[in-house]
Design a protein around this ligand. Sequence first.
Ligand SMILES: O=C[C@H](O)[C@@H](O)[C@@H](O)[C@H](O)C(=O)O
Length: 433
Amino acid sequence: MRKIKGLRWYMIALVTLGTVLGYLTRNTVAVAAPTLQEQLHITTQQYSYIIAAYSACYTVMQPVAGYILDILGTKVGYAVFAIFWAVFCGATALAGSWGGLAIARGAVGAAEAAMIPAGLKASSEWFPAKERSIAVGYFNVGSSIGAMIAPPLVVWAIMIHSWEMAFVITGVLSFGWAMLWLFFYKHPKDQKKLSDEERDYIIGGQEAQHQTNNSKKLSAWQILRNRQFWGIALPRFLAEPAWGTFNAWIPLFMFKAYGFNLKEIAMFAWMPMLFADLGCVIGGYLPPLFQRWFGVNLIVSRKLVVTMGAFLMIGPGTIGLFTSPYVAIALLCVGGFAHQALSGALITLSSDVFGRNEVATANGMTGMAAWTASTLFALVVGALADKIGFSPLFAVLAVFDLLGALVIWTVLKNKSAEDIVDEGGVGHTAAQS
Ligand SMILES: O=C[C@H](O)[C@@H](O)[C@@H](O)[C@H](O)C(=O)O
């Protein structure tokens, strides 16, 4: 059979497309919000319940989705969740009240909880350890691309037909992607179009915990009691509020702090997301560079990216020192870049530390920690922004990331989780790769 050169990059492109569609369906409701409020007579508080339903279900379902992915495998597991989110997204068109919308969006959030754990599991299957962060950067960039595609696509659907059509279209696109995934995605050991040399390069470059003959599987309880889990979960808990703040509050910040009108918001508010895209991709290439430049091992190279991102987050933390809105936008662009660079490294670490049999579960558990913090911080912003302004809140985000960097250097050891469980016994020390 004809082999396809560089097949692993086509695989990560397919994963990236899944993240694009996941964020496209996630952001559909935000773009349709003004129409939904008007046509379904929804108050802003009721709208916040719809958003909270998504966020709560997405948060609690990440470890469950990760566990199911580890049991069913990446191909079938991700397809099942994507089909569910496609169907629930399309079914949102049937909602006639804020309650119906909240139920539908909660169901979408529960299904989309598989998105990041599945992306990481696919990256750990298809890439050698030294390219893993690059793969994560590419699939994670789908989050910002999907968020950027949503406004034009959803507005177009509403204008040519109805808000219901926007949910049907994004649901059908997601279903189509799920079919592509089922048809094209296979583990490298099963992919006949993969050349032997590329298969050897991929699998030969992976740690023992990712080898297909590795039967070890850490239980959720062993993961929870493992210091390696907390060395990733705590920095993610501290970092994720920045992502939630950048995604949900920048337009309102520009309006309240600088009096930006809709046109000015449309002209500038997307820029931090573009730099977030750059942070995903460039951030993914930094660990291999740091390993080459500084001679550090795999896990230390990720820690350096997290530290770099934390110090860059001081940028938006100083917004209160300036009066110009354009300086504020520039600093938020630095923040978007910084966050996604450090977040990509934190997501990748789950796969550096945990093995093929529990990587999605562990990542889902760190994601639940991340989104718990993001949801709580959103409530803090809502309660304080009008009283103290946004600048102190941006400063807090910078402090959180610096604390996260301190945690990652003091808690996370340069070992696989199995080595920690074995008390330094059998198992592959990730730092050697
Ligand atoms: O921190 C932000 C992440 O990198 C973001 O891109 C997503 O992974 C996010 O966590 C999510 O679960 O949708």
